[in-house]
Design a protein around this ligand. Structure first.
Ligand SMILES: *Cc1c(COP(=O)(O)O)cnc(C)c1O
Length: 382
């Protein structure tokens, strides 16, 4: 009997499970000019700015779409013609930023590092020294395809020292890993309405420094993604320039209220960290190997090596978990023979305990016993 008959628990890196109350906030159809809708929108914008301590210096701009729309909007709006963006990639989301630049024809260079470790800040410094043409740097804070946390503090310090505009893809970290605009000095961070904020998916947000945005007036390569234009319209009218995603915004405002009620980013980080530790401990006890060394891991998602046991198949594990009410996620690209289990969303340590039980039952049903331990040393040597 599934644990969540009509509502499987998503243990995935997005979309994530949201609370019933957040889902229920979508039950009203609202027109664009509706006062309550505009109050929700205005509250959500202020709440996001307050989460980074941005005060009057920052503004929050929603773009209908997934968080890639926000990343694309930030690059298209803030990197001017003649500017050059330094990108880093150690996974799928770093690669996607490169793809965005290629499509937008934004000049860029890329520093690549292997998927299981973060790069050193020195690597960025070498690039900045070697190429004075670089005007902006964009970093994926938490690389969701592995769970690796990249060195935001160090890169931010370099951007201040070398006077480069810092753009942060914080899509997998915003809301759970505290970000301080005054200390980091970023021009923009992006986030999703879903993921660690636990709203429903459908809006990508950018929190942008107002002066950087003002400097970007008229330079965006896209109409629908023009952050300057959306922001001035929203500041002036209180609403969206185009058809607003009213249900998603209503759910997001509720998700923000629940984020605040939980105790903000610190409390959410504590809960996710508890989830992550319980998950990794429990999986290790069964013989699984976590691919990312613990010191580089973020408590958002954990990546595990598939056991080499002949009776194991990811599909059977996935199906067994689904039957028991839990959705897990396959690995990506370079990470063949891995799979991921998410720790974010409306998920508690108790839920993780039940998920571990479901893994154990599924393995037993598959006939998979006694595996894994010999692989630990191998991964650590990479
Ligand atoms: C989820 C995510 C994105 C956005 O991906 P979408 O497919 O547009 O939702 C971007 N960067 C990171 C780090 C992410 O985790």
């Amino acid at each position: 009997m599934p644990r969540h008959p009509n509502q499987p628990l998503l243990l995935t890196p997005g979309p994530v499970s949201v609370s019933r109350t957040t889902r229920e906030a979508m039950m009203t159809d609202r027109p664009a000019g509706d006062v309550e809708f505009q109050e929700d929108l205005s509250f959500a914008r202020r709440y996001l700015v307050s989460l980074v301590g941005g005060g009057e210096a920052y503004t929050a701009i929603p773009l209908p779409g997934s968080a890639t729309y926000a990343n694309e909007g930030v690059i298209a709006s803030l990197v001017p013609d003649g500017g050059k963006l330094l990108l880093h990639s150690n996974g799928v989301y770093g690669d996607r930023l490169v793809e965005i630049c290629t499509h937008l024809r934004v000049e860029h260079s890329v520093v690549r590092t292997p998927p299981f470790t973060p790069p050193s800040a020195e690597l960025f410094e070498q690039m900045l020294r070697a190429d004075p043409g670089i005007t902006h740097v964009m970093l994926v804070h938490c690389e969701t395809s592995t769970g690796v946390l990249n060195p935001l503090e160090g890169v931010a310090a370099l951007c201040r020292a070398y006077s480069k505009g810092l753009l942060v893809d914080a899509v997998a970290s915003f809301g759970a890993i505290p970000l301080d605009a005054r200390r980091l000095g970023f021009q923009a961070v992006t986030l999703s309405s879903n993921k660690c904020m636990q709203g429903v998916p459908g809006v990508g947000w950018a929190v942008v420094h107002r002066q950087a945005l003002e400097n970007a007036k008229g330079q965006c390569r896209s109409l629908a993604l023009d952050l300057w234009d959306h922001n001035q319209h929203m500041d002036r009218t209180g609403g969206f320039r185009f058809t607003p995603p009213t249900h998603v915004v209503a759910a997001f405002a509720q998700a923000c209220r629940e984020h605040a009620a939980e105790g903000g980013a610190h409390a959410r980080l504590a809960r996710y960290s508890g989830n992550w530790q319980r998950l990794v401990d429990g999986m290790r006890q069964m013989g699984f190997t976590a691919v990312v060394p613990d010191r580089f891991a973020s408590p958002i998602v954990a990546t595990f090596r598939e056991p080499t046991h002949p009776a194991f198949s990811f599909q059977a594990l996935f199906d067994g978990m689904k039957q028991r009410g839990f959705i897990i996620f396959p690995g990506r690209l370079a990470l063949a023979d891995t799979f991921r289990i998410g720790c974010m969303g409306d998920v508690t340590e108790h839920d993780i305990g039940e998920a571990l039980q479901a893994v154990a039952e599924t393995l037993a049903a598959m006939g998979v016993t006694q595996f894994g331990r010999d692989e630990v040393a191998l991964i650590d040597r990479q």
